[in-house]
Design a protein around this ligand. Structure first.
Ligand code: NAD
Length: 503
């Protein structure tokens, strides 16, 4: 399916060129998979689905953990590739890999407990039945991934779909094709005895992803922008293919009057700029209590003035991975200034080619696109509020609802519960993403469904309810034309007893 070449001049126009975002150098080319190639990959995965789905949970666990060990053995090569193709520092690539391994282990080790058949009480009226709830694999899951966390993010669908007994066809982002193929190749290398098709990749741009949506897979698990998520959902409607959508965010942090200000500033500075701010659940907005505002802003500035992007070993974060994102960040910086915001660190001059230095604004109008839309760059808006109620109202006043954070020594949990999001970290940022048992996903424009944890396994399985009649109760044939008047008489006495006694 894939050919890797290092001579860009030899690439036809229809080839996908992987580029080092720091230098613009072409590092590899890949054949773009068209509709036929996508259907062939799905057919291969369909062919392997019966074998993989019929394995025991223990066997699948063994194969998944072997995959992890292969990735650990190849970690140096893999993290260098991630650095080269995505731009992030090698240490950040290693952290990303480590998080992905935690999730593979969790999915592999917990699928049996969560998805094994369960006995269900049949209830008094059906006491002559036993009832079972069994979870079946869906079949073939199509995974479409983004480039910002090109291992961790799609793996949240891939590992869980595989653990639940599905085969997977994965289309990595066109900005992380090599990384996606490395992930799948490691699975094959670790498990040579498995049939072809358990975990396949297809390569290309949006059109290849769209072909996957149309291909008859049993579910599409998408991670990427809200605009693409909406298009995929509309396309999937034609075949009633279910979708899991992990989309964008505009995450807020609330810094309450009783917060540990140094800790909050440290976490916000990192959460807003790490990975060049290209984090779906990264910090984009802060609502800080007036009483601690000056101290907080000063501390954020103190930390971020020494944080520099680059491509060497000393860089805090790398270049913007996708060239078109640079224009969006520049536009949001201009919009923040136009709507009355003050840049307390950096400004338009911070955009230096693919490298963007941290930019911190205060008091940008809430209607500005710098506050309302996902920026996906190393920028931050800080707004002063008069207490927690105002902070919660403004944090919730967003079409997105992915995740959030709260800094408060005494009321963190209370404030967290009031936020309209899928996840919240209290006195930390992004912690939920590293706890494999916690599901991840958003509300509103941030998406539909959950990856990770128990719900993340259930997303990739189909409940199958089975009711088994163990014996018949004489005179109690309810679902039969043999039903008698005396049966109905008995029912008329039982129903008030069972359901009519509550005053
Ligand atoms: P994108 O929407 O541009 O692309 C994502 C994937 O969709 C790519 O593989 C792309 O080729 C494919 N695609 C594009 N058009 C398609 C179509 N019509 N049909 C099928 N597939 C299509 O997003 P991106 O720029 O790669 O990623 C950045 C976005 O991802 C940000 O908005 C970020 O917040 C979001 N994200 C969300 C999460 C999450 O878990 N919620 C995680 C990471 C990134």
């Amino acid at each position: 399916m894939t050919t890797t070449e290092t001579n860009p001049a030899a690439a036809p126009d229809t080839a996908l060129k992987a580029v080092d975002p720091a230098t613009g150098e072409v590092i590899a080319t890949y054949t773009i998979d068209d509709e036929d190639a996508v259907r062939a990959a799905v057919a291969k995965a369909r062919g392997a689905a019966a074998t993989w789905g019929a394995l025991s949970y223990d066997d699948r666990r063994k194969h998944l953990l072997r995959w992890s060990s292969r990735l650990v053995a190849d970690a140096d090569e893999f993290t260098k590739l991630i650095h080269k193709e995505n731009g992030k520092p090698v240490d950040d690539a290693f952290l990303e890999l480590m998080l992905a391994l935690e999730h593979i282990a969790w999915a592999a080790k917990n699928a049996k407990k969560i998805l094994s058949p369960k006995k269900i009480s049949p209830g008094a009226m059906m006491a002559n039945f036993t009832a079972r709830l069994e979870q079946r694999p869906l079949g073939v899951v199509g995974v479409i991934g983004p480039w910002n966390y090109p291992v961790y993010t799609p793996n949240g669908s891939i590992a869980y779909a595989l653990a639940a007994g599905n085969t997977v066809v994965f289309k990595p982002s066109e900005y992380s094709t090599g990384i996606g193929n490395f992930l799948a190749a490691a699975f094959k290398k670790a498990n040579p005895e498995l049939p072809e098709g358990v975990f396949e990749t297809i390569n290309g741009y949006g059109a290849t992803g769209a072909a996957l949506v149309r291909s008859g897979v049993d579910k599409i698990a998408f991670t990427g922008s809200t605009a693409t998520g909406k298009r995929i959902m509309a396309d999937a409607a034609a075949t009633l293919t279910p979708v899991l959508l992990e989309c964008g965010g505009k995450d807020a942090v609330i810094v309450a009057a009783d917060a540990d200000i140094k800790a909050a500033a440290d976490a916000v500075a990192w959460g807003a700029t790490a990975n060049s701010g290209q984090t779906c659940a990264g910090v984009e907005r802060v609502y800080v209590d007036r009483s601690v505002r000056d101290e907080f802003v000063a501390e954020v500035k103190r930390i971020l003035k020494d944080v520099k992007p680059g491509s060497d070993g000393k860089a805090s974060y790398g270049p913007m991975t996708m060239p078109s994102q640079i224009d969006i960040v520049r536009r949001h910086i201009d919009a923040a200034i136009a709507s009355g915001g003050t840049a307390v660190l950096g400004g338009p001059e911070s955009v230096k080619g693919p490298f963007i230095e941290p930019v911190v604004f205060v008091d940008v109008d809430e209607s500005s696109e710098a506050v309302a839309e996902e920026t996906f760059g190393p920028t931050l808006t800080i707004r002063t509020v008069n207490g927690v109620d105002e902070a919660v109202e403004l944090a919730n006043n967003s079409k997105y609802g992915l995740s959030s954070a709260v800094y408060s020594k005494n009321h963190g949990l209370e404030i967290a519960r009031r936020l309209r999001v899928g996840a919240t970290s209290v006195n930390s940022v992004l912690a939920f993403a590293a706890i494999a048992g916690l599901p991840f996903g958003g509300v509103g424009d941030s998406g539909i469904g959950r990856i990770h944890g128990e719900p993340g396994l259930r997303e990739f399985s189909r409940p199958h309810s089975i009711a088994v009649q163990k014996f018949t109760i004489p005179g109690m044939a309810l679902m039969s034309y043999a039903r008698t008047d005396s049966t109905m008489g008995l029912l008329r006495k039982m129903v008030p007893f069972l359901h009519g006694r509550h005053k």
